[in-house]
Design a protein around this ligand. Structure first.
Ligand code: TGC
Ligand code: FAD
Length: 388
């Protein structure tokens, strides 16, 4: 049966296993995350003590095979998990996205069997934490220009450079670092963060995604054995392939943040009295609610179809870009409308709205800014790249 929160009854397209995965994560977020998330947001902390529980829930790399300790769920289940995590907080979804899509996926897709066996089970359990270092101080939207440099000396490499805005950087056990060799070829390295010459100062002045650790990575003559280079990560295309996985999760996650804001606004509009009536009885408030309702329903259908295509192995990175671009912009618009409906309460941490709203500013920027996704689509439509 449809509800205002699932207006086109997408529920009927999910398998029992997918619903169970979603509901388990929703329960976990309700019990363990929501009671403390505003305090974490205000204090700029992440609930690291919950990492093993998240591992036990099976959320890290949940669409990767069981033989590596992962849950082997469908991509649709993976998407629903991201939705429920981000209904809690974008920082929580980021933590899980980075671990699964940006660290475990590249080890799975571009690593050899030894690397998969060595790293994936610990990352799946949450006994190890990973970070993904692509962005640099001078190269964000254009990672092809990266300066981080890798020089091969026999059976090891020496890395020098800096990465910036790296989620989990200061708490990670390993960092997937992308660097260029002398010929300008880009490689992916699994860097032990305890290596001499590696440091990860935390970036603390964020007004968005505050319940998430963001760091610089500084690499000064960091020696990485050849056995820790991903042999199949050949060129920027490999790094971009990881981004497609993470962007897919964000397309679903944004729906969760939007639902949290919409639910709050609906309930508030029915109980807040002004001019002797619930504000939900005013046409202007209803117009906002109808717009939010419609855009969420459209985004849910887009995520559902994206998941079906990914499960069939048919999804394209252009489709993922469109969904990330649309659903994040939608969620930010929904958060802003919800903020207005709550009036002054909309800016208070008594309600989740402002937290989601400021988080979504980061989500609109990372994993390809909204405008970069516009250009990706523009290139697909016209065949003409407009990046330079
Ligand atoms: P370009 O020439 O377009 O592409 C090089 C090759 O890669 C292929 N390709 C992709 N493959 C898979 N997935 C994608 N998304 C792909 N995009 C491109 C492409 O077909 C080509 O293949 P081939 O066979 O022809 O060689 O490369 P370009 O250097 O011109 O760059 C294009 C551009 C600007 C779209 C790309 O650089 C880009 O996406 N920039 C945005 C950077 C970005 O998103 N960074 C994210 C960093 S990680 C992060 O933000 C984590 S946030 C934490 C969290 O997720 O929670
Ligand atoms: P810039 O690339 O400098 O862009 C600035 C503005 O210029 C944007 O509006 C952009 O759209 C516009 N612009 C750029 N190029 C063009 C163009 N050709 N045409 C039109 N407009 C253009 N990165 C990682 O590698 N790993 C992480 O774990 C990670 N986590 C992050 C966490 C947070 C909280 C944040 C905020 C960022 C994170 N990032 C991470 C970095 C993120 O991917 C980059 O911020 C993003 O790719 C944009 O790069 P930039 O900030 O350098 O902006």
């Amino acid at each position: 049966m449809s509800s205002i929160y699932d207006y086109f009854n997408t529920e009927t397209f999910f398998t029992e296993e997918e619903r169970m995965a979603r509901d388990a994560v929703r329960d976990f977020v309700g019990a363990k995350i929501l009671p403390n998330i505003e305090a974490h947001f205000e204090n700029r902390t992440f609930p690291h003590e919950l990492t093993p529980e998240l591992g036990a829930l099976g959320v890290f790399g949940s669409n990767l095979p069981e033989k590596y300790g992962c849950a082997a769920m469908s991509n649709t289940a993976y998407g629903l998990i991201m939705q429920e995590l981000e209904r809690g907080d974008s920082g929580l979804r980021s933590f899980v996205s980075v671990q699964g899509a940006l660290v475990m996926y590249p080890i799975f897709a571009y690593g050899n069997e030894d690397q998969r066996q060595r790293w994936l089970p610990g990352l799946a359990q949450g006994s190890l934490v990973g970070a993904f270092g692509l962005t640099e101080p001078d190269f964000g939207s254009n990672p092809a220009g990266m300066k981080t440099h890798a020089v091969q000396n026999g059976d090891s490499w020496t890395l020098n450079g800096a990465k910036m805005w790296i989620t989990n950087g200061s708490v990670a056990d390993i960092a997937l670092v992308w660097a260029k060799d002398d010929e300008g070829k880009i490689h992916g390295f699994i860097v032990d963060t305890k290596s001499p010459g590696f440091s990860a100062p935390e970036m603390k002045r964020k007004m968005s995604l505050r319940a998430s650790v963001t760091s610089e990575l500084v690499l000064q003559d960091v020696v990485v054995p050849e056995t820790d280079r991903l042999p199949e990560a050949k060129g920027l295309k490999a790094a971009l392939g990881c981004l497609t996985q993470a962007r897919y999760g964000i397309a679903w996650g944004a729906v969760g943040a939007a639902l949290a804001c919409f639910e709050t606004a609906v309930e508030y509009s029915k109980t807040r009295i002004q001019f002797d009536r619930p504000i939900g009885g005013f046409q202007l408030v209803q117009a906002k609610l109808a717009e939010m309702h419609t855009e969420i329903a459209k985004a849910q259908l887009l995520a559902l179809r994206l998941g079906q295509l990914k499960d069939r192995g048919e999804v394209t990175f252009g489709q993922v870009s469109m969904a990330k671009r649309n659903n994040v912009a939608m969620a930010l618009d929904v958060a802003r409308s919800a903020r207005e409906i709550l009036g002054a309460n909309g800016i208070s941490t008594e309600y989740p709205i402002m937290r989601h709203m400021t988080n979504l500013e980061s989500v609109k920027t990372y994993e390809g800014t909204h405008d970069i996704h516009t250009l990706i689509l523009g290139q697909e439509i016209t065949g003409i790249p407009a990046f330079t």
